[in-house]
Each structure stands twice: as C-alpha cells, then as structure tokens.
Design a binder for this molecule. Structure first.
Ligand SMILES: [Zn+2]
Length: 174
C-alpha cells in the first residue's frame, strides 16, 4: 500500500547481495510508523555494526540511516525514532491525528538515547530488541517491556511524572 511511494536508495557501498533482504526489513519496520507516511525516500548506507541515523543527511521528506544485514527491526525502528526526535515539528500535527501514536505527540518528544529506546519500545512489542541502551533485556518478555515503556510515556505525557525513564527502569526490574 504505502511501500510504493517510498523509495529505498542504497549507497554504492551497500553489498548488493543484502539489499533485497534489508529493503524488506526496513519497509516492514516502517509499517509501525504510520505518521511517517509523507517520507518519500530512505537513504541506506552500510555500517559495520548496529545502526546509525544521519541527521545532516535527513530532512522532512528523507530519512538517512546506516545499517547492515544483521541490523534488527529494533535498531531500524530506533533510528526512525531518532528521525522523529529531530523532525517532530513537521510530523506532529499528523501524528496527533493517528490514534495508535497520539500518545507520543501529546508533549514534545525528548532527545537522547534512553528516550529514543522508550519511545521505540512503546510503539510495538515487535520492536523490542534483546539489547539496547538499557542493557541486556534477554529473559524479559517483549510484551512486558513494551507495556512498561507505554506506561512510562503515559506517566510523562498525561500525569506529568518527573522521571519517566526511572519509572520505566523500575517497571522492568520488578
Ligand atoms: Zn541511538
């Protein structure tokens, strides 16, 4: 449906044999971000580990990321969330109208890696990875992490809780 209107453009350094697989993974991850429907292009560079978001190469219609064939949906989603952290002004009004993501746009989305993780986990349990800025999460059910992250953002955006990051950490330790 929306796949046709976003162009995935690989840099010449991205190994050809991994392109189709990586493209599918990126498009699959994008489905969890309905508010990014105006994105016209995703530039994909090759990075030897993890994932990267390139702020200077992104704009309101373009997301530039670096990934490799092992990069998980969690990390791709994390890089998309970085995009939202920096370009939220442009997508806020639209995001606010979409019930599934409205919660995120009730207040300004904070910058930072831990914020980025919580907002990524809160989106969907499929986007929870085994490892991230909260250390290893292996052994904790993805559903639990997802719910804790959503609750933390509700605390922040609805109840004006002062430290939603601490709240999240406590929730997953229990
Ligand atoms: Zn990051």
């Amino acid at each position: 449906m929306r796949e046709s209107d976003v162009k995935i453009v690989f840099t010449k350094f991205f190994p050809k044999r991994f392109r189709i697989y990586s493209k599918l993974k990126i498009l699959n991850t994008l489905k969890y971000f309905p508010e990014l429907k105006n994105i016209k292009r995703i530039n994909v560079g090759y990075t030897s580990f993890g994932g990267t978001f390139y702020l200077g190469k992104s704009d309101e219609k373009t997301i530039s990321i670096g990934v490799n064939q092992r990069t998980s949906m969690h990390i791709i989603a994390h890089e998309f969330t970085h995009y939202i952290q920096y370009f939220q002004k442009e997508i806020r009004d639209f995001g606010f109208k979409i019930p599934e993501v409205r919660l995120f746009y009730l207040k300004e989305i904070p910058k930072g890696e831990k914020a980025c993780e919580i907002y990524t986990y809160a989106r969907h349990k499929d986007l929870v990875g085994d490892f991230g800025y909260f250390g290893t999460l292996k052994g904790i059910k993805k559903e639990i992490i997802h719910i804790a992250a959503k609750k933390a953002i509700e605390k922040r955006n609805i109840e004006n809780h002062r430290n939603y990051i601490k709240f999240f950490e406590k929730e997953i330790i229990r």
